[in-house]
Write a protein that binds this ligand. Structure first.
Ligand code: TYD
Length: 199
């Protein structure tokens, strides 16, 4: 029987460098001989595509409850169609965002965190959840593309607060994202290799 893989997720506010870091992590792991895959939420599946159109690419936000429910449906689909099969075949799965994004973004929009947890209770718990911390005033300024409805300074500040609360509760492990990207990548890799050794 193949040994089950490891599920890692990376979290952070928009423009925190999380997507670049997630891709680098996969590359670094592969160069060390591990079978790793990159995946993302919202997913590339049908629900994920619907979310990009219906939730993210519009001028005004839909009700936070609608956002939370849609992201939760996408997550179940993502786990069943991509994450679980990859884990079963022994791969390391690196997900760029997961359930913590719902807790942080929809929590920051005013929803009860416990309700968001309940709605996501079907979601497979990751083996390691890393939060890349970066101040919104630094990263949002750096952004050159058009900002989405999520990317106002005030919103990102609130989202960061929820993430930091989860770090204090030890649900997320913090990495300082306000460092040179190569250093952030080394820190993330070290955490992941340590986790891999413990299995
Ligand atoms: P993002 O990682 O920025 O994707 P991309 O840059 O590839 O479009 O994610 C899109 C947005 O979706 C981001 O602003 C955070 C938001 N989001 C939520 O609000 N809740 C969630 O559960 C998830 C997964 C994402």
């Amino acid at each position: 029987m193949t040994k089950r893989g490891i599920f890692i997720c990376l979290e952070g506010i928009d423009a925190s460098g999380k997507s670049t870091q997630a891709r680098w992590l996969v590359r670094n792991l592969r160069s060390r001989g591990f079978d790793a895959i990159y995946t993302t939420e919202p997913s590339k599946g049908e629900v994920g595509s619907f979310i990009r159109q219906y939730v993210l690419q519009r001028k005004r936000r839909v009700p936070a409850v609608v956002e939370a429910l849609l992201f939760a449906v996408d997550r179940v689909d993502h786990v069943e169609s991509k994450i679980e099969p990859a884990l079963e075949s022994g791969k390391i799965v690196v997900s760029d965002r997961y359930v913590y994004s719902s807790l942080a973004y929809q929590g920051a929009a005013g929803l009860d965190i416990n309700w968001i947890k309940q709605v996501n209770s079907m979601a497979l718990p990751p083996d390691l959840a890393i939060y890349i911390d970066a101040p919104p005033e630094v990263v949002l300024k750096r952004m050159r593309r058009r900002k989405s409805i999520m990317e106002t300074f005030e919103n990102q500040r609130r989202v960061r607060e929820v993430y930091m609360q989860m770090v204090r509760e030890e649900r997320l492990v913090l990495v300082d994202g306000n460092r040179p990207a190569s250093e952030v990548a080394q820190n993330i890799l070290a955490m992941v290799l340590k986790r891999l050794k413990s299995v």
